[in-house]
Ligand binder design. Structure first.
Ligand code: GDP
Length: 139
């Protein structure tokens, strides 16, 4: 079993598709271990995306991620990190395969509806950034 962090980003919350994305999470066989809605501060978004701090889009990305509420979801499944990234599709919705969440709900390379950790080390950092150990329910 493996855990990963998913985020239903502010653009998807604004579109009113939290339920659709959670339904897809369950249909795909993930177990939800923890979930919380929050509005990140700019500072919290900067800390989360610190790995991108030198990228030209860092300011815009962290503005976007703090512009409205998002839903943080800890997912568990065999090979959860790769599996969730497959369900999301490519970073750029224009390149995401049909049937993926980003193809369906993403509007641009930045406003791309969902987040998923990209490796075991980043999943550990990201889950720990938002959830305390006792919030992650073993099911
Ligand atoms: P991910 O792992 O697929 O989310 O992609 P990255 O880790 O490369 O980028 C993190 C997030 O930054 C993406 O999900 C997008 O929201 C945003 N992003 C990535 N590339 C770009 C870009 O070229 N321009 C802008 N404006 N945002 C980007």
């Amino acid at each position: 079993m493996q855990r990963t962090l998913a985020i239903i980003k502010p653009d998807a919350v604004e579109q009113g598709v939290i339920g659709k994305i959670l339904a897809r999470i369950e249909q795909e066989g993930f177990t939800v271990c923890a979930m919380r809605m929050t509005q990140l501060t700019k500072h919290e978004a900067e800390g989360f995306y610190a790995v991108h701090k030198d990228k030209p889009f860092f300011g815009s990305l962290t503005d976007f991620m703090s512009c409205g509420p998002c839903v943080l979801v800890a997912l568990e499944a065999p090979d959860a990190i790769r599996k969730w990234r497959d369900v999301m599709g490519a970073t750029d919705p224009a390149r995401a395969p049909a049937g993926t969440l980003r193809q369906e709900f993403g509007a641009s390379i930045e406003r791309n509806a969902t987040h998923g950790s990209d490796a075991p080390e980043t999943a550990a950092f990201e889950l720990g950034y938002f959830f305390r150990g006792l919030e992650l329910i073993d099911r």
